[in-house]
Design a protein around this ligand. Sequence first.
Ligand code: AMP
Length: 271
Amino acid sequence: MRDASRAWRADGRTIGLVPTMGALHAGHMSLVDLGRRENDVVVVSIFVNPLQFGPGEDFALYPRDLERDARMLKDAEVDAIYMPSTDVMYPAGAGTRVRVGDVAEPLEGAFRPGHFEGVATVVTKLFAAVEPDRAYFGQKDAQQVAVIRRLTRDLDLGVDIRVGPIVREPHGLALSSRNVYLNTAERQAATALSSALRQAAGAYAAGERDPEALRRVLIGRLELEPLVAVDYAQVVDPATFQKPGYLGVVAARVGKTRLIDNHDLTKPFPG
Ligand code: AMP
């Protein structure tokens, strides 16, 4: 991949990278579109990164459909798909890991030990392989965005981190490759996450400024739904994920499927 990138760069062409784990949907494609608009060349990586899955998680089950992904990316006129094998990414003996520190510790970091170390390690390697000018991430994974911004800054990676808005279904459910796991009742129950964020944004708009009160709005809505088991619901500062702020973040299990969502409560909820 690096040789192709260097040839593009030698031609004076700018490169945008969209890292994904495949099973592509309209959320991924919105990042591809953004990348197209801002760069001469767009590269999409597809790699289901074993390092970012915990022992009891869904690595083996994670949806994979490379033929469909390739068709979607061809239709979107992507210039290259980078699809390294696990052996290329992590040859025997490759033990180096990238640990970002504080922003990676609470919330997702606490519920998924090692997850952000896996993400930071693979993103560092993808940046090294593709040498992009810009890289595109979804606000859907808000803490991941904060982790990658910190990583890029701390290690002077020289990549401009660009963030695309969350793409949702009409009733609010954030698109996710994991939504295919949901049965009909679970899919209905899963709308509690976006609905909780909508209600909390409504409370903010009505004048509520106490993060703890906004958090109670989130919890109150999630707990109405018996199929939803809450991992966390918090209202935090979007840069640190520690100080209080107005980013509402929720994670919950719906049946066996773990879902996350978030919304800047100072803004009206879309739709
Ligand atoms: P994944 O394949 O799940 O690792 O996601 C690849 C990229 O797509 C990440 O930067 C995600 O944040 C982003 N993404 C996933 N779902 C959405 C969505 N519904 N809207 C916008 N971006 C998304």
